[in-house]
Design a protein around this ligand. Structure first.
Ligand code: CDP
Length: 248
């Protein structure tokens, strides 16, 4: 996230700049089975974010020293296309940020997947952000989660997440680009279906009470997002979606 700028108004007449209520998420659409060569795949449009995920494997681990004898090694590669963001394109592509996001996503997916079913193997999860507009790590998690389900991988639980944060002193959910850049905090959280937190990061500051409220609000919304994943899978099996990439 960027730095807080008190001169930029993010809440006007009790509403956010894009007209959303404080607890309202941007529109989310999910399609699964969109890549022919992947074992499982998904595309996610979340507000102005556009993300595609493909999962490959399980296969033998290479390089071999990364092999885990008792479970699968999940290699999540989050990457942002060089054209993903107009204003910030010079910072896109592989960098420390994408390495860090890849790492935290891998850790989260390791809790979701029954990794013990594939000892000594590796599963590659490639997630590419084609268009970025704040909250890409959560859109990436969502696409990866849907791709794993589409691929029929055995799971402990389904999971999903959303961010909370502060904009102009108001607690808001699912920060957009302006709120992410100029708000006071950004708190992306991912929950599993039991309500446990499997990913949590924070920029900026908020009070303990605001943190508690953020957790209550985001955990409820994450359940709604899990329902969207289920519906996307049902739509595929009902033959209701074209199983190809379509970002329109
Ligand atoms: O995307 P997310 O909110 O998970 O991560 P962030 O590091 O807080 O980035 C916030 C937003 O800044 C991204 O969603 C992009 O819109 C933008 N950004 C970008 O365009 N290029 C980068 N290299 C990094 C961030």
């Amino acid at each position: 996230m960027g730095s807080h700028n008190p001169n930029i108004k993010l809440i006007v007449d009790g509403k956010r700049l894009d007209g959303r209520a404080f607890d309202q998420l941007r529109n989310i659409s999910i399609n699964v089975g969109v890549l022919e060569n992947a074992v499982g795949s998904a595309q996610v449009i979340w507000g102005d974010n556009k993300v595609v995920a493909g999962v490959y494997g399980p296969r033998d681990v290479f390089p071999k020293y990364q092999q885990k004898p008792d479970k699968a090694f999940i290699r999540t590669i989050y990457s942002m296309a060089t054209f993903a963001s107009i204003e910030e394109h010079s910072r896109s592509g592989p960098n420390k940020r994408s390495q860090e996001i890849s790492f935290v996503l891998s850790e989260a997916f390791e809790n979701v997947l029954m990794v013990e079913k594939f000892p000594g193997k590796m599963i590659d999860l490639h997630i590419t952000v084609l268009q970025a507009a704040a909250g890409t790590r959560l859109a990436a998690f969502l696409a990866g989660m849907a791709a794993l389900i589409d691929g029929g991988f055995p799971l402990n639980e389904i999971a999903a997440g959303v961010s909370a944060g502060k904009a102009d002193g108001a607690l808001v959910l699912d920060l957009d680009k302006a709120e992410d850049n100029f708000g006071q905090s950004d708190l992306p959280i991912v929950y599993n279906s039991s309500g446990e937190i499997i990913l949590l990061q924070m920029d900026g500051k908020m009070t303990r009470d605001e943190l508690t409220e953020s957790i209550e609000l985001t955990s409820a919304k994450s359940k709604d997002i899990m329902d969207l994943i289920r519906k996307a899978v049902e739509r595929k099996y009902a033959g209701e979606v074209k199983t190809e990439l379509n970002f329109r």
